[in-house]
Design a protein. Structure first.
Length: 169
């Protein structure tokens, strides 16, 4: 990723499941497709379905978005692809860094071998590195921003505050 959002006509936020494979005849490694929207930026991503089903992703997203409301300086993470952490090397996620009203969003990989303890999928925010705007080599890290108000607005549009489903079967 090389895009950095500095100005946007919108602060809109959403994370949704776009499609899932049919229940029968699923090919090995076939997963769902999700999409995150932050302002004018949109990106689709593959979702591994061997460890979590779509509902587990959605519940995790709901918890991770809700945790942002626990303070003005909170870190959270949206897991976008996970296989069994006991047998995996990494997990794909979108870290969320709240600073007052602004929420900064980056795309990241959690390398499980680098963690001091076992990864707990119920609390992915505990395994996210502190926010940085440059990498080890001095390159700018792609980052987008929205507001906690937009995240609340998104959460309030979801059934029971948990689902983030926009399936196209």
């Amino acid at each position: 990723m090389t895009q950095t959002s500095t100005t946007s006509r919108s602060n809109a936020f959403s994370i949704r499941v776009l499609s899932v494979p049919p229940a029968t005849g699923v090919a090995a490694g076939e997963g769902a497709i999700g999409r995150i929207t932050v302002g004018d930026f949109e990106e689709s991503f593959p979702m591994e379905l061997t460890y979590w089903d779509v509902g587990q992703y959605q519940k995790s997203w709901a918890r991770s978005l809700k945790i942002l409301e626990h303070g003005d300086s909170i870190t959270s993470a949206l897991i976008t692809s996970i296989s069994d952490p006991a047998n995996s090397n990494f997990i794909f996620c979108w870290p969320l860094y709240r600073s007052g009203e602004i929420v900064y969003i980056q795309n990241s990989i959690i390398f499980l071998a680098d963690l001091e303890g076992d990864f707990n999928p119920a609390e992915p925010w505990r395994f996210v590195e502190p926010r940085s705007t440059v990498d080890e080599e001095g390159n700018e890290i792609s980052e987008w921003q929205t507001t906690i108000s937009e995240i609340r607005k998104f959460r309030n549009t979801q059934p029971s505050g948990e689902g983030t489903n926009d399936l196209k079967k």
